[in-house]
Design a protein around this ligand. Structure first.
Ligand code: SAM
Length: 282
């Protein structure tokens, strides 16, 4: 147990001229891996907090918003998802949500930094409760490389649960990567990627992401919105891209989903598909 110098953790957001702080109880862990620096804190009101390279990855209190929106909309958009690949997602919160779908046959999680998963097992055990599910294979490697090597039509849904587009995640936001994903997806294939804040990153990330996805061959793409208090601006997106339309989903199945969620339901999915005026006018 290391003492903390400050009672608060603050993430500074340069592009927003803003910052987000959480009050701390103590620092639980700090290590630098070959890929990044990982810090874990206990906070006073948000439970445990994981920070990578100074950026908040998740808190115990609000991660359900992000993890549910990164998984269920894509899985209820595909007509019959069986084969899922998660790129990144080392904390395993998205993986847990994916495995709630009884029709899933297998999930490969390609996380570049095994330490993220090991630390999540230790400090966020609730997110890792399905890690021993027989349908899961952990592949600790580079998602960009793995998608380049993936067989044609070998995946139904690809979930890109990555860090911001810097460091090892930079190549996950490119047309080349989306082209490899397109190739790996079957004919009903759906890709979903975390796509940052509509308020802060519309011009710099969201709009270019749509252009790159369409240029890579996807016939449709749409950004779903949701609240995410611990990320800059508190307003976040997950962008869906499909070989077919991603504007309709299996709303009947979502309405009678056989598992609990805290945020996602069919009405939330429908609502998240509504587009703010500036998304439409560009
Ligand atoms: N939800 C979080 C966010 O938006 O802040 C992201 C959570 S998850 C911890 C992100 C993971 O992506 C990290 O564990 C990181 O190691 C992984 N990652 C980054 N680049 C990667 C790559 N090229 N291949 C596989 N995993 C990668």
């Amino acid at each position: 147990m290391k003492p903390v110098n400050s009672e608060w953790f603050t993430e500074y957001c340069e592009e927003g001229g803003s910052a987000f702080s959480l009050q701390l109880k103590e620092k639980l862990h700090d290590e630098t891996t070959p890929y990044q620096r990982i810090e874990i804190y206990a906070t006073t009101h948000f439970g445990n907090l994981m920070v990578i390279d100074g950026f908040v990855m998740l808190t115990a209190r609000d991660n359900f918003l992000y993890h549910e929106m990164m998984s269920h909309p894509a899985l209820f958009t595909h007509p019959q998802p069986r084969r899922v690949t998660i790129i990144g997602g080392g904390d395993c919160g998205t993986l847990r949500e994916v495995l709630k779908h009884p029709g899933i046959g297998h999930v490969v999680q390609v996380e570049i930094d095994e330490r993220v998963t090991r630390l999540s097992e230790q400090y966020f055990p609730e997110l890792c409760e399905s890690n021993r599910d027989a349908r899961v294979r952990f592949d600790f490697g580079d998602g960009i490389r793995r998608m380049k090597e993936a067989g044609a039509g070998s995946v139904d849904v690809i979930i890109v649960d990555s860090t911001d587009p810097i460091g090892p995640a930079k190549g996950l936001f490119t047309e080349d990567f989306y082209r490899d994903c397109y190739h790996a997806l079957g004919s009903d294939g759906v890709l979903v990627q975390q796509s940052e804040s509509p308020l802060l990153h519309y011009d710099s990330i969201i709009r270019p992401m749509h252009r790159a996805m369409r240029a890579a061959g996807f016939s449709d793409s749409i950004s779903l919105q949701f609240p995410q208090p611990c990320y800059p601006s508190g307003w976040w997106t997950a962008t869906l891209a499909g070989k077919k339309s991603v504007r309709e989903f299996r709303s009947g199945d979502a309405g009678k989903k056989p598992f609990p969620t805290r945020y996602y339901n069919a009405a939330i999915h429908q609502g998240a598909l509504a587009q703010p005026e500036f998304f439409l006018t560009g």
